[in-house]
Design a binder for this molecule. Structure first.
Ligand SMILES: NC(=O)c1ccc[n+]([C@@H]2O[C@H](COP(=O)([O-])OP(=O)(O)OC[C@H]3O[C@@H](n4cnc5c(N)ncnc54)[C@H](OP(=O)(O)O)[C@@H]3O)[C@@H](O)[C@H]2O)c1
Length: 248
């Protein structure tokens, strides 16, 4: 898909991968609908990206998500691309996983994207096409200790997305999953934690930049590929089980 003049909703646009994606897509000529909870950050970004609009939304709240899509449609008269990127980590061993926290992460990373898809699909069908990109995680391909709740929800998001992809082929709507590897953003700082031992261990492969992952999201929109991995070696991770490969 050529992004010139296309209307793109980016959730989690106030920080990290979503912020880098909004800036990259603006350079491609897209009109951005900027979504997150932080009104000030979104409004500042909207001033930097001419023609974009900020719609502060809590992506755990279905009624707010419905209102967001209504407002985007009212403002731009169409929606061509939805990027479900908003997310938050949760580290805890299975034994200590807090149900309320897990439910919140589930609402944010599964229910929110589902509601957003349900809201844009009829519009995209009416427009005879569109693209949906859901940001999962490399952890969805691993069995990583202290990451069970988060990684299983991101795995569920991938399954939901690939099922939607099959259902929507006939409508010329592509649904893609992007799997970032560890990325240098505020994600780690914002990750909720329960009973996780502190570790100074460095990852065997250094983190990617948010701009690098934004390019992968752009690739997913442009190619309509089912699954886009930050790195080729991630494609076999599901079969390998838990381990990251040694540094190349
Ligand atoms: N960084 C990594 O290592 C990594 C690796 C794999 C996958 N990912 C995934 O990549 C995506 C982006 O993460 P990031 O690394 O850019 O992290 P980040 O810098 O912490 O950004 C997270 C974004 O999500 C938004 N957000 C959080 N809760 C929200 C809510 N309830 N409603 C609306 N927006 C909400 C935040 O904005 P507000 O706080 O303003 O609401 C922020 O814009 C996430 O889905 C994450 O799971 C990240």
């Amino acid at each position: 898909m050529d992004l010139m003049g296309k209307v793109v909703i980016v959730t989690g646009a106030s920080s990290g991968i979503g912020l880098a994606t909004a800036k990259l897509l603006a350079k491609q000529g897209a009109k951005l609908v900027l979504v997150a909870r932080s009104r000030d950050k979104l409004e500042k970004l909207a001033r930097e990206i001419p023609g974009s609009i900020a719609i502060p939304t809590d992506m755990t709240k279905p009624l707010e998500i419905k209102k967001l899509v209504r407002q985007a449609k009212y403002h731009f008269r169409r929606v061509d691309v939805l990027i479900n990127n908003a997310g938050q980590g949760y580290d805890a061993p299975i034994e200590k996983t807090n149900l309320e926290r897990m439910q919140m992460i589930y609402n944010l990373s599964m229910v929110g994207p589902l509601v957003a898809m349900q809201e844009v699909i009829p519009l995209m069908r009416y427009q005879r096409g569109g693209a949906i990109v859901n940001v999962s995680s490399g952890t969805a391909l691993m069995r990583l200790a202290n990451n069970g709740a988060y990684s299983s929800i991101k795995k569920a998001l991938a399954q939901l997305s690939l099922t939607a992809r099959e259902e929507l082929k006939k409508d010329n709507i592509t649904v893609s999953v992007v799997y970032p590897y560890m990325t240098a953003t505020d994600f780690e700082k914002n990750t909720l934690k329960n009973n996780v031992p502190l570790t100074e261990e460095k990852p065997p492969i250094p983190p990617d930049t948010a701009e690098f992952v934004a390019e992968k999201i752009l690739e997913a929109i442009q190619t309509g590929e089912a699954e886009v991995f930050a790195h080729d070696w991630m494609k076999t991770m599901g079969r390998q089980g838990s381990a990251l490969p040694d540094a190349p």
